[in-house]
Write a protein that binds this ligand. Sequence first.
Ligand SMILES: [Zn+2]
Length: 302
Amino acid sequence: MEVTDHILSIPAEPAFYTGPQAPNVFMIVDGGEAALIDSGFGDEKSIKTRIDFLNEHSKIKLRYIVLTHHHFDHSSGAQQLREASGAEIVLHGDEEKWLMDTSGDAPQDIEIPKDQKEIAKAVQKFREQAAEGTPDVRIKDGDELKIGDLTLEVVHTPGHTVGSSCFYLREEKALFTGDTALGLGTVAISPPPHGDMGQYLQSLEHLKSYDCTLMLPGHGQNVNAVKTKLQELIDHRLEREKQVLGLLKDGKTTPKAQLKTIYMELDKRIVPMALRQIEAHLAKLEADGRVRRDGDEWAPVE
Ligand SMILES: [Zn+2]
């Protein structure tokens, strides 16, 4: 599917997904060379769709499989696509240890209830597949990758994960945002060490400084009004922060006590994710010196 003359989308119907939106996989093409942005899932069906697509474009040399972050919906297909194409896997250096971690301790984009054994098994396989994608190229903020005559600039945007990165395709004024900015809805931010709400907001502010006419997110629709979208995401978090602080002042001193007020109708499967979200706000407020923690409870600093 063509997005612009130099950007294609490779949709695949995932064989597995408990969330509302499948991960997006994009291909940047110029001068007989290409790079993928994210690999999508590693299940057989997704991989076949993507390899078929690469085969249909067999005159183009795939040089890079660029991963926006370690979460397995974006990365578990990378090793199989590397094997099929000979491309190099590219990942931010700070993200590698999380990609390699198959323990299941790090939060993912998908919350798996412990009683769902079949799903848990599938998820463990995705984690292991993701961990096989050892990066060939470790990138940092400001690095540039060349695809034909095009320049892809690395923008380190920590927050959703430690090494989450966005990629700015300069000649197209296009920004690939992974899970840092979605086309629809908001993304889960965990408290440190897995995520960081303060850094997340700084990352969104930083992205606003790029001259962009197209945002290509890790899930959901492409966005043309990029700055407006980024500002919306910032405003949403600041609203939520205000709400968390207000509830704290009203005596709701734990994330659990705040949960029902903030998320009125919540599927019980995503309760852990919602709690982490509130904790992430509290951790930011603590770092800002506006709240303090006392065991499991939090209190505003007067
Ligand atoms: Zn993610």
